[in-house]
Each structure stands twice: as structure tokens, then as C-alpha cells.
Design a protein around this ligand. Structure first.
Ligand code: VTB
Length: 315
């Protein structure tokens, strides 16, 4: 079974409206308000849809997130049963500080086809190489870089690695520097970071490091449409995390997930820009309309869609 193609435009509308709602709060130094605007809008749009959706990757657990929490049912209870992963505002710091890269993101699959996981950190690696055993989470940094260098026929000093700038990555960064690899630091937004391996124009050969698990699942859904690799391993630090993971069916806490274990079958990924970024442009005002740009992946295709949002402009 495949997803109905008409769902694509409907989900573009969901992330576009969430992006627009959040865009009013860009640069207002209030991450929580910018996030809430995106969450409220996304939830209300999802609930208008003829779907039986369940949030499998969301804003956290019910006790910490009143909306779009993991397990929440969305849609008008008619239509296809879907698993839905959301990050209504990816890059809260970007939006609050009017910096490039804030996105509104959603990924969907048919029921039971998206990895269901609690909100924890994830060790991740993605490259533009689909072949197995070239780059692997279990290999050392040195082995990964040497293998990639050989595979792409590029010297290590001509390879670029993208990584979140965090103290927890100091050791990896030192190893990459010792190998002469170019480093592209990102301050937040590792859904985009992981997707920079998808096209030569971004000049990123490998993305790696520890970031949010939900962001990992979302990026994997998009990478599934490209001929790229992704592996992720959740880091369950507390007993609460482990208990919750167990309840969700995860028994092996150190399991390395391959792309096809994170997302199965047909899926749709939509990321709409709130502020301008590497992947898409942010919300723009054109005459009396708002314009959004969304990166969409479906099956083995990827395209961008520009939408005019019919909304009253508040000047
Ligand atoms: C990343 C990034 C997010 O969190 O997943 C990161 O994609 C990981 O968490 O935009 P830490 O900030 O704790 O390192 C964000 O930066 C914010 O959700």
C-alpha cells in the first residue's frame, strides 16, 4: 500500500501554516512563544485533516507537553491510519534570535512504519554513500574518514564534516582536525545538518555526532528518499528513559538503527522555512500574501514547493 499523493499538499499546508504562525515571533527573543505558535497551528491543522494519525515523535511526553505529545491522536478520525513525527519549530534559538535555519518539520508514514521512540539523545551519522560498510557508527572516526576518502576519491583534507558545536563533541572534533578534515559547525538545527550530505552544493561529505533523537528520525525519513546513508543509536541515560523506551517496544538500549529500521515503506517529509536557511527560504511577504517554501521528499523524489498563504497581513 502507498500513501495517497493528495496527502503531500495537505502536509505542505500543515508545515507552511505552522511556519507562518511562528514567523510572527521571529526575533522576539522568546523561544517558548515561537515554539508554542508553531505547535498550536500544527495541531489545529492536523485535526482538520481526514486522517487517523498518531504522533510517534513529538514534543515530548504527555506530562511535559500538553500538545503534540507522543501518543496523541490527531485528525478527524476518518481516513488513513498514519504515524506522524513532528518538530513544529526546529531551531527555536534560530527563530527567537532571527537567525538562519528555523524550520517547521513533519514526517509521516503508514501506521507502524515509523520508529516510535521517547525523546532522548541520539548518536548519528549520515553520508552521501548508500553502500553499507563504508561509514558506520561502530567504526572509529579514522576508519570512517579513510573509507569515505577512498570511496569518494577525495583526500581527507578535502572532506567536510558537519557537526553540532557542543563540548560533548570535543574528542570527535580533535580527531577530525588531526585527520585534516574540514569542519562545518552548526549551532543548532541538526535535521538540516544531516541533510547537507544530500547535495554537492552544500559541500558536506559526512554529518556526525550526538543530537536530538526526534531530529534523527525526521532526518532519516528525508534521507530515505535520497541515495544516502543514515544510522542512529539512542542514548538512554536515565532509568525513566529506559523504562519509557521499554514500554514503546525497545529492549536493546544500545541498538544501532539502520535507515530501513527507522522508516519503512512509503513516507512523506515536509520542512518549511521560517527563516532563510541552507535548505529552504523563510516566510516572505509578497504584495498582500505570505509565501512559504517547503522541501518535500516522497519515495525517491525531492522537490521544493512554494505556496501562497491566504492570511490577513498584520502591518
Ligand atoms: C539538536 C538540534 C536542535 O537540539 O538536536 C539539539 O537539532 C540537541 O540538543 O535544533 P542540545 O541542544 O541539548 O545539544 C536543538 O539544538 C534544539 O532542539
Amino acid at each position: 500500500m502507498a500513501l495517497d499523493k493528495n496527502l503531500i499538499d495537505q502536509f505542505i499546508k500543515v508545515t507552511s501554516k505552522a511556519a507562518l504562525s511562528s514567523s510572527y515571533l521571529v526575533g522576539k527573543k522568546d523561544k517558548i512563544a515561537a515554539d508554542k505558535a508553531a505547535v498550536d497551528s500544527m495541531r489545529s491543522e492536523l485535526n482538520k485533516m481526514s486522517i487517523q494519525g498518531e504522533i510517534v515523535i513529538g514534543e515530548g511526553e504527555l506530562d511535559e507537553a500538553p500538545m503534540l505529545y507522543i501518543g496523541e491522536k490527531v485528525g478527524n478520525k476518518n481516513g488513513p491510519e498514519l504515524d506522524i513525527a513532528v518538530d513544529p519549530l526546529e531551531g527555536t534559538n534560530f527563530a527567537a534570535n532571527n537567525l538562519p535555519g528555523a524550520l517547521s518539520v513533519i514526517a509521516i508514514s503508514e501506521k507502524n512504519n515509523l520508529l516510535n521512540a521517547p525523546e532522548t539523545y541520539m548518536e548519528k551519522i549520515s553520508t552521501r554513500v548508500a553502500e553499507k560498510n563504508v561509514v558506520d557508527l561502530d567504526y572509529s572516526i579514522k576508519k570512517n574518514i579513510f573509507n569515505l576518502s577512498e570511496y569518494l576519491n577525495k583526500k581527507p583534507e578535502n572532506l567536510t564534516a558537519c557537526i553540532l558545536k557542543r563540548p560533548r563533541h570535543n574528542k570527535i572534533v580533535t580527531e577530525l582536525r588531526d585527520l585534516n578534515v574540514k569542519i562545518k559547525f552548526i549551532s543548532d538545527g541538526d535535521v538540516s545538518g544531516a541533510l547537507l550530505v544530500t547535495d554537492d552544493k552544500y559541500s558536506v561529505d559526512i554529518f556526525l555526532g550526538i543530537g536530538g533523537g526526534p531530529e534523527g528520525v525526521l532526518a532519516a525519513t528525508a534521507l530515505d528518499a535520497f541515495n544516502c546513508s543514515f544510522q542512529g543509536r539512542f542514548l538512554f541515560e536515565t532509568d525513566k528513559d529506559k523504562k519509557r523506551a521499554n514500554e514503546m517496544g525497545i529492549n536493546d538500549f544500545s541498538k544501532k538503527y539502520e535507515l530501513d529500521e527507522i522508516v519503512k515503506g512509503d513516507s512523506i517529509f515536509c520542512a518549511t522555512g521560517i527563516t532563510n536557511g541552507d535548505l529552504v527560504s523563510g516566510i516572505k511577504i509578497d504584495e498582500d500574501n505570505f509565501i512559504s517554501e517547503t522541501l518535500v521528499t516522497h519515495k525517491h523524489s525531492c522537490f521544493k514547493k512554494v505556496v501562497k498563504l491566504n492570511q490577513k497581513i498584520i502591518r
